[in-house]
Write a protein of this length. Structure first.
Length: 439
């Protein structure tokens, strides 16, 4: 409420708080606080509202009038002969600006004028017109016919309808499996050259069951050298392991001997005081103790470090300015290098299109945790060569060859073969059925 005191009731005194000497007794409680001033202000406010509105809220144009002419008849009138009005007329003349409450009776919801309203059909009923239309549709007589048209878009490529979002649901929405980024990239070949070999390599002449003597001899020598090299590596590994074990045994023996000497009593070991010389330690050179640096030395070291750092910064800025001046030249060199590289790759691809890539030599860093399986040795020794195809023993396995080819081309990651799956542990107990006896 904006105003609690009328304009006529305002006092010229300074505002002060209500005098309340103590707040500890029952008379100082909230219900005993003096509110006469507030009630008087409210009464004055209501009276102003009845008379036409709050005086402080009215503009000056409604409160005051500018008299330009003046009333000349007032000076002629005699105040003694002025007609006096009664007090009752003054009270009745004071009309309130608030409209009075209407005394007219308002009709209730159930009050009627006695006229019965006509009955209306319920909205849930089907009209005769709609019933006739439904019968025509059932008989095949359609008011409008729909002409089928060919679709101008792929109906299978339409975007899927989004499922309605369920709010305030603690169950997470089912998420679809995401396609990994590596699916869009080309597989990495595991060959040493980095080129992709053929899916089914063409075997050379040395793999034939009836090979030429020169091809067979070359392949036999190559495989023999590989076997000899592998045997040498194995022998070297065994020798290194043997030397390591001997060194470990020797160090263990020395440690045991040192521990035994330490545990010997002073009577068992020789006296060390027999050859003691009193002046032996005096000849040892005395170590010079490091002296504390002075403040001048510290300042000198600090200046030297700052100069070195400044020199490094100047050298780096100079190199950077030189590099900025050569930006165009560097860009041209990089573009030329990329172009030469593309030409070399295209030439290699053109030259290697008809040749086979050696899949025996693999890269050092292979993909996955496990290494690729070694290729089976498909070689028949000279004493095992047969003259007849009936006595021929087939070599190799097509399934293993295809699997290793996929590994080399990077199509599949190498995995370890697990022959038996680890099963859950089961606890076996014996039921005490022998106790369920009846006498």
């Amino acid at each position: 409420m904006p105003v609690l005191r009328s304009a006529s009731g305002e006092s010229q005194e300074a505002p002060n708080q209500f005098n309340q000497p103590s707040r500890k007794g029952k008379k100082a409680w909230r219900k005993n606080i003096d509110v006469t001033e507030v009630q008087k202000g409210l009464a004055d406010l209501n009276e102003e509202i009845i008379r036409g509105g709050v005086i402080k809220e009215k503009p000056s144009s409604e409160l005051f009038a500018l008299d330009v002419k003046g009333d000349s008849a007032i000076s002629k009138k005699n105040p003694k002969l002025a007609k006096k009005t009664l007090k009752v007329d003054e009270i009745l003349a004071q009309r309130s600006a608030v409209p009075a409450v209407s005394m007219r009776k308002r009709p209730g919801d159930k009050t009627t004028d006695g006229i019965v309203a006509p009955k209306r059909h319920k909205a849930s009923w089907v009209s005769q017109k709609e019933l006739a239309r439904l019968k025509r549709v059932a008989d095949g007589q359609h008011d409008t016919t729909v002409v089928a048209k060919d679709a101008t878009y792929d109906i299978w490529d339409a975007p899927a309808e989004q499922a309605p979002v369920m709010e305030d649901n603690f169950v997470p929405e089912p998420s679809k499996a995401k396609v990994p980024k590596s699916m869009k990239k080309a597989p990495i070949a595991l060959t040493a050259s980095g080129k992709h070999p053929r899916a089914v390599p063409k075997p050379s002449g040395g793999y034939s069951y009836n090979p030429m003597f020169a091809d067979y001899e070359d392949r036999l020598v190559e495989e023999s050298e590989k076997a000899i090299e592998a045997e040498k590596k194995r022998i070297e590994a065994e020798e290194a392991e043997r030397e390591r074990q001997e060194a470990a045994a020797r160090s263990a023996a020395e440690a045991e001997a040192a521990e035994a000497r330490a545990n010997m009593s002073e009577w068992e070991e020789d006296s060390e005081w027999e050859g003691f010389q009193s002046g032996a330690e005096d000849d040892a050179p005395s170590k010079k103790r490091p002296e504390r640096k002075t403040q001048a030395q510290r300042n000198r070291i600090k200046r030297r470090k700052e100069e070195e750092q400044l020199a490094k910064h100047k050298a780096a800025m100079k190199a950077r300015r030189q590099q900025e001046q050569r930006i165009k030249e560097i860009a041209e060199e990089v573009a030329q290098r990329d172009q030469d590289k593309q030409l070399v790759l295209s030439a290699e691809a053109a030259s290697d299109s008809g040749s086979d890539v050696d899949d025996q030599k693999l890269r050092r860093r292979q993909l996955g945790k496990f290494k690729l399986p070694e290729k089976d040795l498909e070689l028949v020794l000279p004493d095992e060569l047969q003259d007849s195809l009936r006595l021929l023993k087939p070599e190799g396995n097509l399934l293993k060859d295809r699997y290793r080819s996929m590994l080399v081309r990077g199509k599949v990651e190498s995995r370890r073969h697990i022959p038996f799956k680890k099963l859950a542990k089961r606890k076996l107990t014996e039921k005490w059925t022998y106790k369920d006896f009846v006498i």
